[in-house]
Design a protein. Structure first.
Length: 125
């Protein structure tokens, strides 16, 4: 097995970060969009809102993605540490897709972070 791990700090509480993962319309805005359709098949194995989601990718390449959200305020402001761990069943397959997967994971986190920031309440009515 081979793992690719990354993490990010979001300037929002875990429930706000999770909301952008749980809402299909919001998820579609940040998860892997590049204008093309990919025939991916996945199943959500675990959903422990708002702390953890485990997704199993069923078609090639086979992997399990665990996303963990941890309350992590910073400077007196709400915050969430997002840990993204992708474990591939085959080290050979992981090596073959690493050049695509690693930057794609970072791009997903960039878009997720932007989606959460765009939904922050302004405090104005």
């Amino acid at each position: 097995m081979t793992r690719f791990q990354t993490h990010r700090h979001f300037a929002a509480p875990p429930d706000a970060v999770f909301a952008a993962l749980a809402d299909p319309a919001r998820l579609a805005r940040w998860w892997g969009p590049d204008g093309r359709h990919y025939a991916n098949e996945s199943v959500f194995e675990t959903v422990d809102a708002p702390d953890r989601v485990v997704i199993r990718h069923l078609n090639h390449p086979h992997f399990r993605l665990t996303i963990t959200l941890t309350d992590h305020p910073s400077g007196g402001q709400p915050g969430t540490r997002v840990d993204w761990e992708q474990v591939f069943d085959s080290a050979d397959v992981a090596a073959a897709v690493q050049a695509v997967v690693v930057p794609a994971n970072e791009q997903n986190l960039d878009r997720w972070q932007a989606e959460v920031a765009a939904q922050k309440p302004t405090g104005r009515d």
